[in-house]
Design a protein around this ligand. Structure first.
Ligand SMILES: *Cc1c(COP(=O)(O)O)cnc(C)c1O
Length: 416
């Protein structure tokens, strides 16, 4: 049957043709594929803007920088996520705080978020990073109501959930990352995610100024927009070191050939940014993959349905509590997680069969880097209980019926 991973990319001839075309074109990076991918992605997700960056972690980093966190100020996230959802806060000089999960959905428990904030001092917290873990949407409508009360920003980590959604109180479909109830959202194009670009990330937002800020931070903090330049034309030309003002203007009139135009080569670095650009090669692959995103989503939902069916009467297996409506129309199924008592035995047995399941995730607060800040076992009992039993089964659009049957058979052999 061949090895079966928990997730993998799907590359078609069309993808390969698209990439080959870019390799023969003028731009490998900073070319036209970037805005094309950004616009198509924003369109798919339902946000006004999208900014492409080098990976999902860079997307988190720039977003937290642009949203703002004061030194020592705290940002809330879930312990059941990839470390990057927390690390971005540390990059920006903030402190990470965690809130336990709900054991039915595996998502951050919004009741506990509220409880934590009620008892906090004003300005203790800058923001919150909810994670649409496995592809199930966090109720950002409710979260925003909480965040507004305490003046917090919301950065949605939607890496697991392109195409995912929930129905809000108006019975409108809210898509993960459409930023209807969040300041910004981020995605990853790592090969195990829905859309593969090799590496890659995207930030979505509905705020034009925020988008511009991200674009500058993405490329060293350098801008070429003349209307926001800080130095005068004279300085730009290498002359007097004065900032634009009455004095500068007067001087200009005495110059032999007065110039009011910034020279074409001139740029300003106005803040400390990074090189977090995504290449045209990657954007093309992402753009090509995006055309099949809905197809992939339907495949994922079909696979989840078959797993649910196979496990529903098995007392030894606990599945994520997903309503039939969510299963059919809303869940994006990056992961299919089950919980079993003999998890290690199952993991090892599946490996013997070349089924490479995975564990998502070791709770972030129990990673040694975070333990040094005082986090320890017992802090988040539900996340820890979940972690003891969780295992992610193969879930990707090209998983065949036969492969899935084989996985189900092997799981049941050990578990029951
Ligand atoms: C993959 C992932 C990231 C990081 O994305 P990279 O592109 O690998 O940097 C962040 N958060 C979550 C929840 C992820 O799954």
């Amino acid at each position: 049957m061949g090895p079966i991973p928990y997730g993998t990319q799907h590359i078609t001839d069309k993808d390969i043709e698209a990439v080959t075309e870019v390799l023969r074109a003028d731009y490998l990076t900073q070319g036209p594929q970037i805005p094309q991918f950004e616009e198509a992605f924003a369109d798919y997700i339902g946000s006004d803007y999208a900014v492409a960056v080098s990976n999902g972690t860079a997307a988190l980093h720039l977003s937290v920088l642009a949203l703002g966190v004061e030194p020592g100020q705290k940002v809330i996230t879930t312990p059941i996520t990839f470390a990057a959802s927390a690390n971005c806060v540390k990059y920006a000089g903030g402190e990470v705080d965690f809130v336990d999960i709900d054991l039915d959905t595996f998502l951050i428990d919004l009741d506990l978020v509220e409880e934590k904030l009620v008892n906090a001092k004003p300005d203790d917290y800058a923001g919150i990073i909810p994670v649409d873990f496995t592809g199930l949407a966090v109720d950002t409508e409710r979260l925003q109501a909480i965040a507004d009360k305490y003046d917090l920003w919301i950065l949605e980590d939607a890496c697991h959930a392109p195409g995912g959604s929930f129905e809000d109180s108006q019975r409108e479909n809210v898509y993960c990352g459409d930023c209807q109830y969040a300041d910004a959202s981020i995605f990853s194009f790592h090969p195990v995610k829905h859309i593969a670009a090799g590496e890659g990330g995207m930030i979505t937002t509905n705020d034009k100024d925020f988008k511009k800020k991200l674009e500058v931070l993405r490329t060293h903090g350098i801008t070429k927009e003349t209307n926001i330049f800080k130095n005068s034309v004279a300085v730009a030309l290498g002359g007097n070191n004065t900032i634009d003002g009455a004095e500068g203007k007067q001087k200009k009139t005495t110059q032999r050939s007065p110039s009011t135009e910034y020279p074409g080569w001139y740029y300003e670095m106005q803040e400390l940014g990074y090189n977090y650009r995504l290449t045209d090669i990657q954007c093309t692959l992402g753009l090509s993959q995006l055309q099949r995103a809905d197809q992939g989503l339907q495949k994922r939902r079909g696979i989840a349905r078959r797993y649910d069916e196979a496990f529903k009467n098995i007392g030894e297996i606990i599945t994520q509590n997903v309503s039939p409506e969510d299963q059919e129309n809303h869940h994006a199924y990056h992961l299919y997680v089950i919980q079993v008592e003999n998890r290690k035995e199952l993991y090892n047995y599946l490996r013997e069969q070349e089924i490479y399941s995975q564990i998502h995730y070791i709770p972030v607060h129990l990673l040694p880097y975070y333990q040094q800040f005082g986090w320890e076992k017992g802090n988040f009992p539900k996340a820890e209980e979940y972690y003891e039993r969780c295992i992610s089964l193969p879930m990707y659009p090209t998983l065949s019926d036969d492969q899935q049957e084989f996985v189900i058979e092997k799981v049941l052999e050990i578990v029951t």
